[in-house]
Ligand binder design. Structure first.
Ligand code: ZN
Length: 205
């Protein structure tokens, strides 16, 4: 989950879906949570769910972009927290709680919170304090970034398998880069790595 800068937007969105183009211009065509590059299936996502925080439905500051898996996985944990705690709070306090019980890509340095390991697996960064580790773990579970598909499933959730591919490609590039002694070739390889990352996403890898 990479940190993103949404930027300011003075436009009023009557329908949040109309913010999609502006968000893509700012964030690129990547899921803000799993970092997978996507085209038409990328949707405007509400960080604070619109079903629970109705006044956040058309708020630019509450938007990001998400794939269908991140979007749908996030729904139940947020509803559970709402039922268990947030619904008993004043709406302002509920928003503060929702924003502080997880790490969010638009307010936290999410590069610091997680590390990616061999095979494209994600884990909470061991250098975090115990309190921070709790928040980071809750975030991973909220979006289901640690999910790997069960063998009998039809791989509907392709986030991990694509991240694994990205990891393996990055590892291959790194080995080739280390072996390279030619300056011109080195530059070409670096350009290739950058364009591969832009093409596939998974910047945290
Ligand atoms: Zn995603």
């Amino acid at each position: 989950m990479r940190p993103v800068v949404r930027g300011k937007n003075t436009k009023v969105f009557k329908d949040y879906r109309n913010a999609r183009k502006n968000l893509i211009d700012q964030l690129g065509e990547y899921c803000s949570y799993c970092e997978m590059r996507l085209g038409s299936s990328l949707a405007v996502e509400h960080i604070l769910p619109q079903a629970l925080f109705s006044d956040e439905k058309t708020n630019w500051e509450n938007f990001c972009l998400a794939c269908i898996n991140c979007n749908s996985t996030k729904k139940s944990p947020m509803e559970r927290r709402w039922k268990d705690s947030w619904q008993n709070l004043h709406i302002i306090s509920a928003k503060i709680a929702a924003r502080s019980e997880f790490y969010w890509l638009d307010q936290d340095n999410t590069f610091r919170a997680f590390e990616y390991t061999k095979g494209g697996h994600i884990q909470v960064h061991p250098f975090l304090s115990l309190e921070e580790q709790k928040v980071a773990q809750a975030t991973v579970e909220m979006v289901g970034l640690d999910k790997t598909p069960k063998p009998d499933m039809q791989m509907k959730d392709r986030r991990w398998i694509n991240r694994k591919d990205a990891w393996e490609t990055a590892e291959r590039y790194r080995q080739n880069l280390r072996k390279c002694n030619d300056e011109e070739l080195l530059k070409q390889m670096q350009d290739m790595i950058v364009s591969h990352a832009v093409d596939k996403g998974f910047f945290s890898v």
